[in-house]
Design a binder for this molecule. Structure first.
Ligand code: DOR
Ligand code: ZN
Length: 389
């Protein structure tokens, strides 16, 4: 499939042609395109969101792989990594195989899986033979994280100590986040840091880091919609995250959908989670179009560093790279979700200046500004040529 588009090539905006068939086959100046995207906006690599809860299985009422990844491509995300707190949880070999199979059948974006911490070292080693991205460590797993010690794998940490789980909301304090970072060893990535100190502490230990838009933008935990773990912090801590745009490695959504009924429960009982996988990319490019963030830095946050952390070949408009792109346009609109089962987020109506017009996954149109299409995403870890580690 030949696309004509405007894109950045060797650091400059050029108009040209991309032949995309699973990967980028050829880039050249002229062609007779199958689809002409050159008037639609700027074509850039599709984002990676490596903190997404796709649910499905026993939690289909919250989200399915098809609805969650449809929302992802609508939001310019070309690769997701799924979290293991599913029902049943993904922390043994057999369930990991089933999870990868489910994603292979239904994911409309490229994908992989973080497994949960298994019961034994042997099981962890078995899981690592599968095309998984690594292991996710939740607060309750910190008590038995030795199972992973010394393994050649990525460990992604939810930074809160186990005690946070039993604390009242108002006692779920920031020190619990800092303390948890000191409890892990290895190739560690600290996800959804809610303050700059976490990012700086993690980096001083040689770890990589990410943050979410909600820990920066949402003005305090006011209700079930804004209830999330780790919690939204006080104003000073939140504003500290402004520097995370320059100091963190990546930005993720922590897309954590729950049903309307669950979110309508009394505040003490409603489950935590914000489901806005489609917000991150247009939000970051809005900052670029407003002139407050460098395009190169946006690329670092949205896909470049994630591809390095995950050890996959991804995120360039160049021969041999996966043909996953977004066409992004400088346009005013107000945010809302469109394909997720979670229809309410704290960002509804948020004014944005960048809109995803098209999403291409593996050379095929996955979203055309109106509809999403059942394009099949691939797991890069299943293809030796796409693994860098
Ligand atoms: O707010 C959260 N929701 N934090 C988590 O750690 C889990 C997530 C979920 O799965 O709902
Ligand atoms: Zn999460």
């Amino acid at each position: 499939m030949w696309y004509r588009a405007k894109f950045l090539y060797n650091g400059e905006v050029t108009e040209g042609c991309i032949n995309a068939f699973n990967e980028v086959v050829e880039v050249r100046k002229e062609c007779r395109p199958d689809i002409d995207l050159s008037k639609e906006g700027l074509l850039v690599p599709a984002s990676i969101d490596f903190h997404v809860h796709l649910r499905d299985w026993g939690l289909k009422h919250k989200e399915t792989v098809a609805t969650g990844t449809s929302e992802a491509v609508y939001g310019g995300v070309g690769m997701v990594v799924d979290m293991p707190n599913t029902s049943p949880p993904v922390r043994d070999y057999k369930t990991a195989v089933e999870r990868l199979t489910l994603l292979d059948q239904f994911s409309r974006a490229d994908f992989s899986v973080f497994a949960g911490v298994p019961d034994s070292r042997e099981e962890a080693e078995k899981i690592l033979k599968l095309p998984v991205a690594g292991f996710k460590v939740f607060p309750e797993d910190l008590e038995r994280v030795e199972v992973l010690e010394g393994l050649d794998t990525l460990i992604i940490l939810h930074p809160e100590v186990p005690r946070a789980n039993s604390s009242f909301r108002n006692l779920r304090a920031y020190w619990m986040e800092l303390a948890s970072v000191l409890m892990v060893k290895g190739r560690v990535h600290v996800t959804h840091s809610t303050g700059l100190e976490t990012i700086r502490l993690a980096k001083s230990l040689g770890f990589t880091t990410d943050f979410t838009p909600h820990h920066f933008l949402v003005e305090g935990e006011r209700d079930c919609l804004t209830k999330v773990n780790p919690p939204i912090r006080d104003e000073t801590t939140r504003m500290g995250l402004l520097l995370a745009f320059y100091e963190a490695d990546a930005i993720v959504s922590d897309h954590a959908p729950h049903s309307k009924e669950e979110k309508a429960l009394p505040y003490e009982l409603c489950p935590p989670g914000i489901a806005a996988v489609s917000f991150t990319t247009p939000f970051v490019y809005s900052m670029v179009f407003k002139g407050v963030l460098d395009m190169e830095r946006a690329f670092d946050l949205l896909f470049r560093n994630a591809s390095k952390i995950l050890g996959i070949k991804y995120g360039e408009v160049r021969e041999g790279y996966p043909a996953n792109f977004v066409v992004i346009k400088d346009e005013d609109w107000r945010y809302s979700t469109r394909f997720s089962k979670a229809t309410e987020t704290p960002f509804d109506g948020f004014p944005l200046q960048a809109k995803v017009k098209w999403t291409i996954i593996r050379g095929k149109v996955a979203y055309d500004g109106e509809e999403v299409y059942p394009v099949k995403g691939l797991n890069p870890y299943a293809f030796p040529g796409e693994r860098v580690r």
